[in-house]
Design a protein around this ligand. Structure first.
Ligand code: OGA
Ligand code: MN
Length: 283
């Protein structure tokens, strides 16, 4: 019997009695989904999963992205897995060593932002290297009525080049990644298709609001990001080998902390569940 234990005040639940090496039953999938809708982040500990297990688990919750928006970071032989590592992979230095260094929601710079992400820890950093998550439903609900009415009407323009450390990656890959992902506007407030909850959809990768200048937009973006990431709205995950963390990208943001020795191994595998088509290119 699967049990859910809350992990923080604002979001996150640990689920026990799941073994990723086995296929999930219908009832289990439903229970996991309900917890997911309520808590936005779910954590499984002490797993002993291989790439096939991660893919099978993730596919229980939707179709997987083959990561064409960032094609250089796929695991050899497994296009549906992204390898996030400090170590060389596919025979060259890692381009994913600095993934996720500012608050964001996955694939928000594409026309099919990720519904959810499933991140498996093969090897954690020896110390540090945690990931933080914040609850964007709560962020929306704790705005005043007036501010909610303002953000209800906004469109966030997402720009992949605002990914922290983006220009430290290989120059030709940076150019190609930018070509594949031109700036795109999404509603700044989205309704979750499964739970019907409204969530704020802004991040540190938003350059401006569509129809507004960056000078006008900047103070509002900064306010919304600091409002959303207040301590009481955050769960901080300290990784152990065999952890699986699944987050809903429509109701959370996350950030990968840099507080570890990046010459040491930190190795993760990510599957990405495709979301609904959304947004329009802003040119
Ligand atoms: C990601 C990401 C966080 C981490 O996989 O989308 O942002 O802690 N990674 O590696
Ligand atoms: Mn991410």
């Amino acid at each position: 019997m699967i049990k859910a234990k809350p992990l923080s005040y604002a979001l996150g639940a640990e689920l026990t009695s799941i073994d990723m090496r086995e296929a999930l039953g219908e009832q289990d999938i439903q229970l996991i989904q309900e917890t997911w809708h309520d808590q936005h982040v779910i954590v499984l500990r002490n797993q002993d999963a291989n790439p096939e297990d991660i893919l099978r688990f993730a596919r229980s919750f939707g179709s997987l992205d083959n990561h064409e928006a960032t094609p250089f970071y796929r695991m050899e032989g497994y296009p549906h897995l992204m390898e996030i590592t400090t170590q060389p992979f596919n025979g060259r230095p890692s381009e994913t060593r600095n993934v996720g260094r500012n608050w964001h929601s996955d694939y928000s710079y594409t026309g099919r932002p990720a519904a959810a992400s499933v991140l498996y820890c093969v090897k954690p950093a020896p110390i540090g290297g945690d990931t933080m998550f914040c609850n964007m439903v709560r962020a929306y609900e704790t705005l005043t009525d007036k501010m909610r009415r303002i953000v209800d009407d906004l469109y966030s323009v997402y720009d992949i080049s605002l990914t922290k450390g983006f220009y430290e990656r290989d120059a030709s890959e940076v150019a190609e990644t930018k070509r594949l992902n031109p700036p795109i506007a999404h509603p700044s407030v989205r309704v979750h298709p499964g739970s019907g909850k409204k969530a704020l959809y802004v991040s540190e990768r938003v350059s401006h609001f569509h129809g507004m200048t960056s000078e006008e937009s900047r103070p509002i973006i900064d306010f919304l990001c600091s409002h959303a990431t207040k301590h009481e709205n955050v769960y901080r995950h300290q990784w152990r080998a065999g952890d699986l963390v699944c987050w809903d990208n429509r109701t959370t943001m996350h950030v990968a902390l840099t507080d570890f020795d990046q010459s040491e191994v930190r190795h993760m595998l990510r599957a990405t569940i495709i979301g609904e088509e959304s947004g329009f290119l802003v040119g």
